[in-house]
Design a protein around this ligand. Structure first.
Ligand code: BTN
Length: 318
């Protein structure tokens, strides 16, 4: 009901009389008043003026499911949205829901995470109402060995959406760090539920620093706000991210991995650089010459030998 009230007030952009509104929605004036109070408690600024009715002045900066799905216009991504004010990690809930059989495209959002997970066992700093913390359930018909393309595709989609919504110029550091001016602004973590030759489902976890103040960021990190110098509408940005992921997934299905890899290369800040790649106890040094179809980094060592690295941490040497 609250969604319907908001929908009406948003469309009206002016006062809506209480009589008209309650009649339209088929509820009593008293029930309407109660819903309006609840919306106000959620942060919606709604003014009530005698003889004029109700008017929506502003909406809160929250990623409520009905804000995210409103005018989203996707075919399958974000058709089901699970929203939490706080969670340990959206990955845990997504894995549970994936096992329960929730459909492809289901997303889990949290305004903050107490145990946000990063790559290689690290943690992901997830302060409340500042970022986007999202896990997406996918059920692709590909082999487990081909799953890294989905991570690359997500990183590309994030860059495209950031560029479109903010005008900023993000880049990708291999394998899937999103950078702005050489500092990390976002990252992607992929978890699989699979058998040897079949994927049950994939969870793509994406974290993005959006409106974090410079002072509240951990060292080496940045936020979109720090570069844009203004607060960013998280709902619009998230919607664009979801649209881009869907478009790229449909593109992948129709055209294969090649065009996605091509887009990844365009955003890459790692290729053609001298790099050190730290993988477990050793490190490989050389020139990052390309990525292969599985997203592995190809590093040409000084000896001329090309090494294929499928996971690790990259340091750009110059
Ligand atoms: C990285 O280390 O770069 C990957 C970070 C991924 C963080 C996101 S935030 C939403 C989702 N839930 C988590 O606990 N982690 C991912």
């Amino acid at each position: 009901m609250q969604e319907k009230i908001l929908e009406y007030l948003k469309k009206k952009e002016d006062y809506a009389s209480g009589d008209q509104l309650s009649h339209r929605l088929g509820i009593s004036r008293q029930a309407l008043w109660k819903h309006i109070q609840e919306l106000k408690e959620s942060g919606y600024d709604i003014v009530a003026v005698p003889h004029l009715g109700y008017r929506l002045v502003s909406s809160p900066d929250r990623l409520f499911a009905f804000e995210v799905t409103r005018d989203l216009n996707t075919k399958f991504i974000g058709k089901k949205v699970y929203y939490f004010d706080s969670l340990n990690s959206t990955m845990n809930v997504a894995m549970e829901l994936g096992l329960k059989g929730l459909p492809e495209g289901t997303i889990i959002l949290a305004e903050s995470q107490t145990k946000g997970k990063g790559r290689l066992g690290r943690s992901w700093f997830s302060p409340k109402y500042k970022g986007i913390y999202l896990s997406l359930i996918l059920r692709p018909r590909i082999l487990p060995s081909q799953a890294p393309i989905l991570t690359l595709l997500s990183a590309v989609s994030f860059c495209e959406a950031i560029k479109e919504v903010t005008g900023l110029d993000p880049q990708i550091k291999w394998p899937n760090d999103i950078l702005l001016a050489h500092k990390k602004v976002g990252g992607i973590l992929t978890e699989l539920s699979a058998e040897m030759d079949r994927i049950n489902f994939v969870v793509i976890g994406c974290g993005l620093n959006v409106n974090n103040d410079k002072k509240a960021l951990i060292s080496g990190a940045t936020s979109l706000r720090e570069h844009k110098k203004e607060k960013i509408n998280r709902v619009s940005l998230l919607q664009e991210i979801l649209r881009k992921i869907e478009t790229n997934l449909l593109f992948l299905e129709a055209k294969g991995a090649k065009p996605i890899l091509e887009k990844w290369r365009e955003y890459s800040v790692t290729l053609n650089k001298r790099v050190k790649v730290y993988c477990q106890k050793e490190h490989i040094e050389g020139e990052a010459i390309d990525i292969d179809a599985d997203g592995a980094l190809l590093v040409r060592k000084d000896s001329g030998v090309v090494e294929r690295v499928s996971s690790g941490d990259v340091v750009h040497c110059r």
